[in-house]
Structure formats: structure tokens, C-alpha cells
Design a protein around this ligand. Structure first.
Ligand SMILES: [Ca+2]
Ligand SMILES: [Ca+2]
Ligand SMILES: [Ca+2]
Length: 234
């Protein structure tokens, strides 16, 4: 009996380890020139950056609709981690106007990044198409305190949006919205000689797109840190 239990536990450990070894990785390259946070990805570093595609979070498969594809890029310098999202979207909308409002109820991009000990605590950053920011520090993934956790603010967080289309006008057909984000490394305790669990998400509320996107799919709610991928610095 003891041997059977040992074999089962050993098998479980092997399974868990093999799951983690399948996690996706993004390599973040250094930008030698200054990145201007203006929503325009015309800096050389964005051209050289590794580009990843977000998947349909419900199926774990690539987004089928060309007009709704989302790509993400990263780069860094001595002060900031930079993240860019390029989101195909035929109708871009958001009703929120203030920091830390519940942006995910409309359209949004999200980054979850874990720079402290233990996968159950991590930073959540969201940016809306109106360039409204939401930042929170998650301490209990099963019971997120929506009053307390958003009180966490990254003072040096910068973001900008470029919209190819019109926000909050459903009488025309939009093309895309681009998000350029700078996260101060020191403020979130990030060291470029280390690697960190991370995931990138998007919520789109159009009836024709996939709706829920993730780089490393969770197949359910986004707050599933065991599904996070990894960011490494080159
Ligand atoms: Ca720029
Ligand atoms: Ca949309
Ligand atoms: Ca906040």
C-alpha cells in the first residue's frame, strides 16, 4: 500500500513538473534608445522585440478572426519594463474614466506579473482604450478584495494609447488599438538578472470576436497563477 501511495505521489509530481515545463516564455530584449510612451510603436526596440500572439482563452487555440487578433511585445532599459499590445478590434469601447474603476467590465488589456515570493501574490495592471489605468496587488486569488487590492498604486506607471478608429462610437468600423506601457522596475522589485511569472490578457466585448484572450490560457478566470508563463531578460 505504501509503495502504491509513493508511486501515485511521484506520478503527480512528475505531472505537475511537466505542466510547468510547458509554460511559454518570452525573451525581453534591451532597448538602447529611449522609449517614448505615446502609443506609437515607432521605436527600433519594438521592431526588434519578440512578438507573441494572444490565444482564445476559452479554447486555448489561436484567434480565428483576423480582425480580432492581439499581439504583445516587451522590451526594457535600466529603469522600465515596457509592454505593448496591438489589438485588432472593429468596435472599441469603454465607459470608465477614473483610475482603479472596474475596467474589465468593458474592454481592456491586462498584465499579471509576479515579482515577489510565492505564486499566490502578484501585481495586476489593466489599461483601457481610454488610457485609464487599474493597478492592484492580489493577495488571495480565490477571494479578491475589490476594495482593498486596487489601493495599491504603481506611482511611476506610464501608459499611452493609439486608436485606429473611434472609441465609444458603434456607428463606424474600427481597426485597432495599441497600448504602450512603462512599468518602473525598482517600484515593482524587478531585477533584470532574474525571471518572473507573467501573463498577458485581453477582454473584448464584441459579439464577433473571441471575447477572452490570454497568452498562456487559463481556460476560465484569469486569476490562475499556475498557468502563468515566464519573462526572461536578454
Ligand atoms: Ca512610442
Ligand atoms: Ca471591441
Ligand atoms: Ca491602484
Amino acid at each position: 500500500m505504501k509503495h502504491v501511495i509513493t508511486i501515485i505521489i511521484f506520478g503527480l509530481i512528475l505531472t505537475l513538473n511537466s505542466c510547468r515545463s510547458n509554460e511559454p516564455e518570452i525573451v525581453c530584449k534591451k532597448s538602447v534608445k529611449k522609449i517614448i510612451i505615446d502609443g506609437s510603436l515607432d521605436e527600433e526596440a519594438w521592431e526588434k522585440a519578440e512578438t507573441i500572439s494572444l490565444l482564445n482563452n476559452k479554447t486555448g487555440k489561436p484567434v480565428e478572426q483576423d480582425e480580432y487578433k492581439s499581439e504583445v511585445k516587451t522590451c526594457y532599459d535600466s529603469d522600465y519594463l515596457y509592454i505593448a499590445f496591438i489589438n485588432g478590434d472593429q468596435d472599441i469601447f469603454t465607459s470608465f474614466t477614473k483610475r482603479d474603476e472596474y475596467l474589465w467590465e468593458d474592454e481592456v488589456v491586462e498584465v499579471f506579473i509576479d515579482t515577489d515570493e510565492g505564486l499566490s501574490t502578484y501585481i495586476e495592471i489593466e489599461i483601457s482604450p481610454a488610457n485609464i489605468q487599474f493597478d492592484s496587488y492580489i493577495t488571495d486569488t480565490a477571494n479578491i478584495d475589490l476594495i482593498e487590492t486596487p489601493k495599491y498604486d504603481i506611482e511611476g506607471l506610464k501608459s499611452a494609447i493609439f486608436v485606429d478608429g473611434t472609441v465609444n462610437n458603434n456607428s463606424d468600423i474600427d481597426k485597432s488599438w495599441t497600448v504602450e506601457i512603462a512599468i518602473p522596475l525598482e517600484e515593482i522589485n524587478m531585477a533584470i538578472n532574474s525571471e518572473y511569472p507573467i501573463n498577458f490578457y485581453r477582454i473584448d466585448r464584441d459579439s464577433t470576436g473571441p471575447g477572452s484572450y490570454a497568452w498562456s490560457p487559463t481556460f476560465r478566470r484569469f486569476h490562475s497563477p499556475s498557468n502563468f508563463g515566464k519573462i526572461k531578460f536578454e
